[in-house]
Design a protein around this ligand. Structure first.
Ligand code: SAH
Length: 359
């Protein structure tokens, strides 16, 4: 793992949150409202959009999915859910869409309006500032929904709920969703050195026992790039989402997994990543955010285990991964990993349950 401490506390997509306060913030908001304001404010600044646009794996996958399928976009009405700088809306116009509606709550949409105008697309793109759940669209139904809603660990931010709302409200019965498939994977990694630095550090801080902070550190997943060589197990597919059929309730899930060990080694942490597919494409397009492929700004999500597993080649670590939105802060995730290693050697046999909070 690289020494790159992009923890979640910096922001939803790994950036320093903007401290701008919107008008809405002045009307004594509740804690929940505060979280929402904070969330949308984080997308006000162009910096976060710059990072997303510069993520070529991400942005080119959308561009290819749209440009290579002009037969699907020609003369269609398209909804861009969370349009940001309107990049996906402009891709859709170039692919022949009749009209695109872009919706975004953040003030970046003001810049999107200018961008659309300087690119001569103001007549084909209608941009609406507001919450997708609250705006009134100029068309009763749309043929295609485009959205880049993925957060860390796929589901952090809970923006998929918004896409599902748009689907249920506005998508024509045979309409298309880009992308339409997402899959979460897990693997076990050897990460002794870094775990010592991040977790072991709290055992002795200038001669003092800081273990209360060790507990906190263990419950926070870390977003970082993981070296493929650190993977001790094969990847395991844990949770698959079909955007045409999934419901918001399905996103609170509990799924079993089995990790096949590739070699004799130690497992200090499990990592998660996701793949994204555009299956409506003539030639399906997909990209992965795993450690085996090109960097994306989602990196991987690292879940340190309390204990170290000592595994041998061909052994299996079995477990259950659960994730659900936090009861009060719905964009935060409560994640639980239960695991078990059965070994011929009783000293190496292990089981545990770890709880994490992504907030
Ligand atoms: N589509 C752009 C931006 C993606 S980031 C791109 O691909 O570059 C996600 C965007 O969705 C953010 O700008 C955020 O403000 C917006 N968003 C998230 N939830 C929303 C909601 N419920 N209503 C309106 N906009 C939302």
């Amino acid at each position: 793992m690289k020494i790159n401490l992009a923890t979640l506390h910096q922001s939803s997509k790994g950036h320093t949150m903007s401290d701008q306060t919107s008008d809405a913030a002045r009307v004594a908001p509740s804690e929940v409202d505060h979280a929402e304001i904070h969330y949308f404010n984080s997308y006000n600044h162009h910096g976060i959009h710059e990072e997303m646009l510069k993520d070529e794996v991400r942005t080119k996958s959308y561009q290819n999915a749209i440009y290579q399928n002009k037969h699907l976009f020609k003369d269609k009405v398209v909804l861009d859910v969370g349009c940001g700088t309107a990049i996906l809306s402009m891709f859709a116009v170039k692919a022949g869409a009749k009209h695109v509606i872009g919706v975004d709550m953040s003030t970046i949409i003001e810049k999107a309006r200018e961008i659309v105008k300087v690119n001569g697309m103001a007549d084909q793109i209608t941009l609406l500032q507001g919450k997708m759940e609250e705006v009134k669209l100029p068309f009763p139904k749309v043929d295609i929904i485009l959205s880049e809603w993925m957060g860390y660990f796929l589901l952090y931010e809970s923006m998929l709920d918004t896409v599902l709302y748009a689907r249920d409200q506005y998508l024509e019965p045979n309409g298309l969703i880009f992308p339409d498939r997402a899959t979460i994977f897990l693997a076990g990694i050897e990460d002794g050195e870094y775990k010592d630095e991040k977790i072991g550090f709290w055992d002795n801080v200038y001669g003092f026992d800081y273990s209360p902070l060790k507990h906190t550190a263990l419950t926070e997943p870390l977003v970082d790039t993981v070296d493929l060589k650190a993977c001790v197990t094969e990847p395991a597919k844990v949770f698959e989402i079909n955007l045409y059929t999934v419901t918001a309730a399905d996103l609170a899930f509990k799924e079993p997994f089995t990790l096949d060990c590739r070699r004799n080694d130690f497992i200090h942490a499990l990592i998660a990543w996701f793949d994204i597919e555009f299956t409506a494409c003539h030639k399906p397009i997909k990209f992965s955010t795993g450690p085996h492929t090109k960097y994306t700004h989602w990196k991987q999500t690292v879940f340190y285990l309390r204990e170290v597993l000592t595994v041998e080649e061909n052994e299996q670590v079995q477990g259950v991964l659960s994730s659900k939105p936090n009861a009060t802060k719905k964009r935060d995730l409560d994640i639980e990993i239960v695991y078990r290693l059965d070994s011929d050697n009783p000293i190496r046999t292990a089981e545990g349950r770890c709880e994490y909070k992504m907030c």
